[in-house]
Ligand binder design. Structure first.
Ligand code: ADP
Ligand code: ZN
Ligand code: ZN
Length: 830
């Protein structure tokens, strides 16, 4: 037999290996195997196809089978294939994105002993010889998989590492898991010679004979009781044996237990061993919550969604902010579970907070599993295994990568906040869109998809209006709360009248004072982090740029440094202008840091918090800011678009949008759509419970159509206007797009190559191939960039277009001088 194996490498296709006779029957599609590549490299890969022996070709052997059962279901392999094909990337790149590090076992992966795992003679007894060799080696220092293999030249090393990571003794050395405690618990069992009725009664008699061994007798009896040993003996069924943890046993017998246990261990009557305990938090359901009745409108929406599923596989729920979409989801989840099927509930990364997990946890309790990229890798591995077994969680709440988990019986996928751009993976490949992959995945599984949002993407709304998706609308907020009143402040006019001495208009200033003094809260939205987006020389206008990227540096006051927002490099603030030696530099524009310090000086009653990428590097920090605000420890939140993501606060009565122009003036054909979405979402945080909130929208363009549409919350008009533009200029969703990026250290090469590629493609696509262009940021991390854009009319065969593009890239990369060029595709770019 031969096997096609996908390796975690950016190479086309799969590699074929020979399957040794000894492994036949054990290896199947989805199995993880170790294979040699090149002279000395070893990789773990996934078998994606088994095929008959070929006659003339000699293939290398598969060396090892890693797990006892396949790691992937056929449906997952099908999805990998679809992604690689559609998004024009390599299957190995999909594999890299799909598997948690702990399942990849790459030769470069570094392993270490878990923090609270101690390797000594006693623990050694619980491990095989190979496992002990690995543990011994790792107790000296963390090592790469390849080095462990070199050191311990034995078959089965990989499988042993896998067992050790699964039991929590060893972990992948990466930042997130360093803070993570291995979750194994010491358990107790009978020594091997004492597992019969006869030997047990002898030993019990012996212990009973002396007063000195009374504690030991008690402990042994307690063990027998806790483990239900007598039932095991009577029914002669080992499966009835209950696990007994050391803690449980010691707690049962009280003082003296520890020393009694160690005496019994010395005699070999009892022994201790490590058991992995579920790291996956289980939630407690609160009875009664399921009975929370839907409002009339919500129930109507629920029925329409179910009707919609009769006709369409995908339904879009367009429900205004705070209409209670989550409650509708909950009812649909319940129904799917009753049908015995699984639910995948997707949220954008940043929106997956304790708010939503507790809310769902209360309703669904231990039926809910969570998959988050900021969770320790071990937990993700554990969830993966659990989903393959028969105790799989029926509901998974997760971020985009949760799509890659195994689902044996999928019934429904909910894509909440479907318009969120963070559903699209930008870098590295696969540059996939989780919403679109979810739709394909559901189709393969015969499941339904519900897209939910207050501000649909044009793509989804267009699909809904043309009948490809079902459309359900929910236009009332729950509990008769009104949508906020939106007041537009003309900043240009206010400036002329010299009324803008702070970033807050007089009206906004007054509103903030009023609500804070009433004990309510306010949110200020400024979609730029840092102190000021630029500094400049007051004399000659010189502006500092990143030396590796073509972008102006942002001034961060807290760090007292200049930061490149593209590559993260930081620079010292120059003492004087290198161009004219003037020592006066000034900062221009507003970032969240500067807004925060303006709040501090303008509102003495404010307890301000800032939420942006810089203050939320860790999950804990992020949740801390939210919970402080929720509990009223802070009362004014300054933030970037991060504050709009599905948060539900009770006491926010004023929202200030400080600078709408910055969003409106972006030069991108999606700028208006985005501006509407962002402003409508941030406005939606106002007045969620109890009473109507106010939004103060500051702009220099009060008459812009988008501003008007935000004020009247008129999605439909925005949609029609935008679609007219997109039709006129042929942009998505009217056409589909593929962007082709070229990168090279040398600008001359990348420029020449981009023209060469354009010339190859032009005969096929004529004027539908645009460029080459230098993107707005034309150099990132020393790599010069050029891009070509291809517009594709929907009636064209995507498959033949892909072929043309791939073969053009191939011949380009074969051209003398272009070999070290990086060329990749971004399909449906955002
Ligand atoms: P959306 O997701 O549409 O913005 P949510 O689902 O967060 O809205 O609901 C807004 C608020 O109204 C939440 O605090 C929620 O608990 C409450 N709510 C919505 N529907 C109901 C209901 N049927 N019963 C009780 N509370 C509800
Ligand atoms: Zn100067
Ligand atoms: Zn940079």
């Amino acid at each position: 037999m031969l096997a096609d194996v996908v390796l975690p490498l950016a190479v086309p296709g799969a590699y074929t290996y020979h399957l040794p006779k000894s492994m036949e029957g054990q290896v199947s599609v989805g199995s993880r195997v170790v294979v040699p590549l090149g002279k000395s490299k070893r990789y773990t890969g996934i078998v994606i196809r088994l095929l008959e022996e070929a006659k003339d070709i000699d293939y290398k052997d598969i060396e090892e089978l890693v797990d006892d059962r396949p790691l992937l279901l056929q449906s997952q392999i099908d999805l990998w294939r679809w992604i690689a094909n559609y998004y024009m990337c390599y299957p190995g790149e999909v594999m890299k994105a799909a598997l948690p590090s702990g399942l990849k076992l790459e030769s470069e992966t570094c392993y270490t002993l878990s923090e609270d795992f101690v390797f000594d003679d006693e623990t050694a007894e619980n491990y095989s010889e190979t496992e002990c060799l690995i543990l011994k080696s790792l107790s000296v220092e963390a090592k790469k998989l390849n080095d462990i293999r070199k050191e311990i030249q034995k078959i089965g090393v990989i499988a042993a590492i896998r067992r050790l990571t699964e039991s929590g003794a060893v972990e992948v050395a990466e930042k997130v898991s360093q803070s993570f405690k291995a979750k194994t618990e010491l358990h107790v069992r009978l020594g091997e010679q004492y597992q019969s009725e006869e030997s047990l009664s002898t030993i019990l008699d012996m212990l009973a004979a002396s007063k000195r061994t009374q504690n030991q007798e008690n402990l042994l009896l307690a063990y027998l009781e806790l483990s239900s040993y007598s039932t095991v003996l009577t029914l002669k069924n080992e499966n009835l044996l209950k696990l007994v943890s050391k803690k449980q046993l010691i707690d049962r017998v009280g003082p003296g237990g520890e020393s009694a246990l160690s005496s019994l261990k010395k005699k070999g009557i009892l022994e201790t061993y490590n058991v992995e305990v579920g790291r996956l938090k289980s939630h407690k359901a609160l009875p009664g919550l399921l009975e929370r009745p839907l409002s009339k409108e919500q129930d109507q929406a629920r029925r329409e969604i179910l009707d919609g599923f009769e006709k369409n596989d995908v339904v879009l729920l367009h429900g205004v902010t705070s209409s209670g979409k989550t409650e509708v989801y909950i009812k649909l989840i319940e129904k799917t579970l009753q049908e015995g099927k699984q639910v995948l509930y997707l949220l954008p990364e940043i929106a997956l907070t304790t708010q939503i997990t507790t809310r769902l946890g209360k309703v669904f309790g231990d039926k809910l599993g969570i998959y988050h990229s900021k969770f320790p890798d071990n937990e993700r591995v554990e969830l993966w295994h659990r989903q393959l077994g028969d105790k799989a969680f029926p509901i998974i709440l997760g971020v985009r990568s949760a799509l890659f988990l195994p689902f044996k019986n999928l019934g429904l996928i909910i894509v909440d906040e479907e318009h969120e751009t963070s559903y699209k993976q930008q870098d590295p490949a696969p540059r996939y869109h989780a919403r679109d992959v979810a739709i394909v995945m559901a189709k393969q599984a015969g499941a339904k998809v519900l897209l939910g949002t207050a501000t649909p993407s044009l793509e989804s709304y267009a699909n809904a209006t043309c009948g490809k998706f079902g459309l359900v609308q929910l236009f009332t907020r729950y509990g008769e709360v009104q949508l906020p009143e939106i007041i537009v402040e003309d900043v240009k006019e206010l400036k002329r009248k010299k009324l803008m001495s702070t970033p807050f208009s007089p009206r906004l200033t007054e509103e903030i004072h009023t609500v804070l003094n009433r004990g309510e809260q306010a949110i200020l939205f400024q979609n730029r982090r840092g102190y000021s987006p630029q500094i400049e020389c007051t004399k000659c206008g010189w502006v500092p740029y990143c030396s590796r990227c073509d972008v102006a540096l942002t001034f961060h006051q807290r760090l007292n440094r200049l930061v490149c927002h593209y590559c993260g490099a930081t620079y010292e603030i120059p003492k004087s202008c290198p161009q004219c030696e003037n020592t006066e530099l000034r900062d221009i524009g507003w970032g969240t840091e500067k807004v925060e310090s303006a709040v501090e000086s303008c509102f003495s009653e404010a307890k301000v918090a800032r939420m942006d990428l810089d203050t939320t590097r860790s999950r804990a920090a992020y949740e801390g800011i939210i919970s402080d605000f929720q509990r009223g420890k802070t009362n004014l939140l300054v933030g970037t678009q991060m504050i709009t993501k599905g948060l539900d606060f009770d006491r926010v009565s004023v929202v200030g949008i400080l600078n709408a122009d910055q969003m409106l003036n972006m030069c991108d054909y999606r700028a208006h759509e985005r501006a509407f979405q962002m402003m409508a979402q941030v406005a939606g945080r106002a007045g969620r419970r109890g009473k109507q909130g106010k939004v103060i929208l500051q702009t220099r363009q009060p008459d812009s159509p988008i501003v008007k549409q935000v004020v009247t919350n008129d999605y439909e008009s925005m949609f029609l206007c935008e679609m007219a533009d997109r039709r006129m200029f042929r942009y998505p969703p009217i056409v589909r797009m593929i962007t082709i990026y070229l990168k090279h250290k040398n600008e001359d090469i990348v420029s020449k190559a981009s023209f060469a590629l354009a010339n190859m493609l032009r005969p096929h696509f004529n004027s539908d191939i645009l460029g080459p262009d230098r993107p707005a940021v034309g150099r990132i991390q020393l790599m010069h960039i050029r891009k070509l854009m291809l517009k594709i009319d929907p009636q064209f065969s995507a498959q033949s277009i892909r072929k043309t593009l791939l073969s053009a890239r191939e011949s380009l990369l074969k051209t003398q001088g272009f070999k070290s060029l990086v060329v990749f595709f971004d399909v449906d770019p955002l």
